[in-house]
Write a protein that binds this ligand. Structure first.
Ligand code: DGJ
Length: 750
């Protein structure tokens, strides 16, 4: 038996069994001979490494098409497959589909060899998780070959210490024998032996991202995907398969995500034998990749989480994984600056004087970073011009970005700047000089969306031009933060740099170009804090986190809408990555009036900031904001590192609640929000989790009230909001009503 700490290989050379386990989960598969096909055996809670796993193999005969006349037991249709192919007796959705020169798509990938390694396989040009000193990872590499074309396939698996997940990816190597086209190349395929699951997924739109849904699986095929060129507002690459009885606090659930920012698919198939197959990867539609000798195609990395302790534990696993093994920015460990962004305060109506006035008030209130949003470049007075002309508009900013940045720094603030690199407006230099750099189909209608068009980021010369322009601005001025926006989807997709038989590569090459530009800017300016954005949360995905440690979660800054958006986003993404700002009322998107206290209480559970014109705040509001920023800074370490728990679900009730507990259990902060208040509904009890039952905690509620309780009481009884503690009337009248928030700070006293 070959051994690493977390990967065990048993069986014989022809039919090895691979068991990945870290004491939290086990992932087991084998090679099925005489065909050399990989067979999935088990993925769930950890079981011990064993000498013989043959009892896991499904060997009961069902009626079906046999692969060979003399072997009644071998029908692919009845096996749990690790990476199914097209054209066999497995009639379910395939992980790979190869288009051969003869015009057919039947392939057969046969196991060749495997390697165990401490190094993760490099996924060139793609976001990818890494091993860290604190928690090592181990990797298993499986090599297969397509009998028919000589195409080689490498399947990569990694497992990490202390985290209940594995990651998977695939790399294809073109063969000298013949040139083929990949019509589908999934990152991961998983067969589970039953279908007693509910699908948890999100849907949304601009300003209404990450709306969570939960539905029973039904027989047939269902997909959660994007075909918009980005991961999109409409669906997120995160999904989960939960047992019907699973709640936030308990039960079995599998969580899935993809480290990718372009078209993706989660395709779920429940077959007639009641098994569930899940494919994760680049969406196969509008995809075709040519592979000849020497060519390599690498899929994005898929993340597969297992939890037997409910959705909160699943989310915490994702959060810890991204914090420890994906986010590279030095800002991961630094205190994030409290920022003010001028967008909702001014929109395009900016000039140096106004910005400096706003910055002065912001500084007085304790804000750390001033972000200048859209409108500072070219001649951009509305959204119909100048994208692609990345130089300062001297009409508005007579001292340029350098002069403005210097003055902002002199005030003691950091300075941030907005870009939308991937786009171009008619009339700009790029548009006039390089019409072929714009994605479009000659002779066919081009859709303008927000008056703008998309650059062909798959072309190296486009990335070079943008890199030169943007780095010139960033090198000349002291810029501490960049907001990278992307405000339209891709339509009429065609690259004028690619031959007809390579047009199916355009979208993936576009995404790779975005990553390449990020990579070059990060390397050149490693200290800049990047925030990604795509009309709010249109590209909020794990791929982006590899480059930008925070993302603007939604253009909807209304606190009540944000409860759902942030609740949904927290399913897979750490709080510190969720850009959340206090904006003015009536809210610019919803028209809703809410208190400053509520807006602050919601934005505090994310990367905190303001998005308004501070000059319009009253004296009293400015004073309050000073205190609020102090309070946020006191809880910021929890937002950065703590374990996040959701409790009252705003998609199901009038309430929303959540809390963060420090990893050492010394502190916590909890929030309960009322979206709509009803009389004579019993007051909810806020049952904390993750505290030390033996420790005594002081709970400070609204006003001056505080109580002391042991961890066991806070977890099993909960904070009683209508209790009779004389001095702890948490349910005081002033906190009742619609759109209200109660915040509790919990601190161990022993
Ligand atoms: C969309 C972003 O989400 C907003 O925050 C803002 O930056 C605008 N674009 C500017 O055009």
């Amino acid at each position: 038996m070959e051994e690493m700490k977390m990967i065990h290989v048993s069986g014989n050379a022809d039919e090895p069994v691979f068991h990945l386990t870290n004491g939290l989960l086990s992932y087991i598969f084998t090679v099925r001979q005489p065909v050399g096909v990989l067979e999935q055996l088990y993925f769930a809670k950890a079981i011990r490494p064993q000498a013989d796993y043959s009892y896991l193999k499904i060997r009961r005969h069902h009626h079906g098409a046999q692969v060979f006349d003399d072997n009644r037991l071998l029908t692919y249709e009845h096996m749990l497959l690790e990476y199914p192919v097209f054209g066999t007796t497995d009639f379910r959705e395939e992980a790979v589909s190869v288009h051969y020169p003869a015009g057919d798509s039947t392939s057969h990938f046969r196991y060749l060899s495997h390697t165990l390694t401490k190094e993760k396989a490099q996924l060139d040009g793609l976001p990818q998780s890494f091993s860290s000193e604190r928690d090592a990872s181990e990797s298993l590499i499986i090599r297969l070959v397509d009998d028919y074309s000589g195409l080689e396939l490498q399947l990569n698996y990694s497992i990490f210490e202390g985290l209940s997940l594995i990651t998977r990816s695939a790399i294809y190597y073109g063969s000298e024998k013949e040139t083929v086209y990949l019509d589908r190349a999934m990152s991961s395929a998983l067969d589970l032996p039953d279908h007693r699951f509910e699908l948890i997924s999100s849907y949304g739109a601009w300003a209404r991202e990450m709306q969570m849904e939960r539905n029973p699986l039904i027989h047939g095929i269902h997909e959660i995907s994007s075909r918009r060129g980005t991961s999109s507002h409409n669906h997120n690459p995160f999904i989960a398969l939960a047992r019907p009885e699973t709640t936030e606090q308990q039960g079995e659930v599998y969580g899935f995500n993809l480290l990718y920012s372009g078209n993706f698919v989660n395709r779920i198939e429940v077959d007639s034998l009641n098994r569930t197959r899940l494919l994760q990867g680049i969406h196969p539609e509008q995809f075709r990749w040519k592979l000849g000798a020497g060519d390599v195609f690498t899929t994005p990395e898929a993340v597969l989480v297992y939890s037997d302790q409910g959705l909160n534990a699943m989310s915490q696993t994702f959060h810890d994984f991204y914090r420890r093994h994906l986010i590279r920015s030095p800002w991961l460990k630094r205190e994030r600056p409290v920022l003010i962004n001028n967008w909702e305060g001014t929109y395009f109506d900016i000039n140096e004087e106004k910005i400096l006035e706003m910055a002065a008030v912001a500084k007085e209130m304790g804000i750390d970073l001033f972000v200048l949003d859209d409108g500072w470049f070219g001649q951009r007075d509305t959204d119909n011009s100048s994208l692609g002309d990345w130089f300062a508009d001297l009409r508005k900013l007579p001292n340029g970005i350098e002069g403005l940045a210097d003055q902002i720094h002199e005030m003691g603030l950091l300075f941030g700047l907005w870009f939308e690199p991937e786009m171009v407006n008619p009339g700009t230099r790029i548009w006039n000089e390089h019409p072929d750099w714009v994605i479009h189909v000659p002779g066919k209608h081009r859709t303008p969306s927000r008056h703008q068009y998309v650059l062909d980021m798959g072309r190296a010369e486009v990335v070079d031009d943008l890199y030169d322009q943007i780095s010139k601005v960033l090198a000349a001025a002291k810029v501490d933060y960049v907001k990278w926006d992307m405000n339209r989807y891709l339509t009429e997709v065609m690259s004028l740099a690619l031959a007809a038989d390579r047009q199916g590569e355009t979208l993936h090459r576009f995404t790779l170009g975005v990553y390449a530009l990020y990579e070059r800017l990060i390397k050149r300016f490693p200290d800049i804090l990047f925030e990604s954005c795509s009309s709010g949360g249109g590209r909020f995905d794990a791929g982006m986190l590899y480059y930008a440690p925070q993302a603007w979660a939604s253009d909807n800054s209304d606190a009540i809408s944000r409860l759902k958006i942030q609740y949904g986003t927290s399913m897979a993404y750490p709080l510190q990555s969720i850009g959340a700002h206090v904006s003015a009322v009536p809210n610019h998107q919803t028209g809703r009036m809410t208190s400053l206290a509520l807006r602050t209480a919601v934005a505090s559970f994310g990367t905190f900031g303001y998005e308004l014109d501070p000059r319009r705040l009253s004296e009293a509001e400015r004073e309050q904001i000073k205190k609020d920023i102090g309070a946020y800074k006191a809880m910021q370490a929890l937002v950065a590192d703590g374990d996040f728990y959701r409790q009252h679900n705003p998609f199901e009730s009038n309430l929303c609640s959540w809390f963060i507990v420090a990893k050492d259990q010394s502190k916590a902060v909890a929030a309960l929000y009322t979206r709509h208040f009803e009389m004579y509904e019993a007051w909810p009890r806020l049952k904390l989790e993750g505290l030390d039952p033996e420790r005594l905690y002081r709970v400070s509620g609204p006003g001056q009230s505080s109580i002391e309780r042991y961890g066991d009481s806070l977890m099993h009884v909960g904070i009683i909001l209508d209790g009779n503690d004389e001095d702890a009337s948490f349910a005081d009248r002033q906190y009742l009503g619609d759109f209200s928030a109660l915040i509790f700070h919990i601190e161990a006293v022993n």
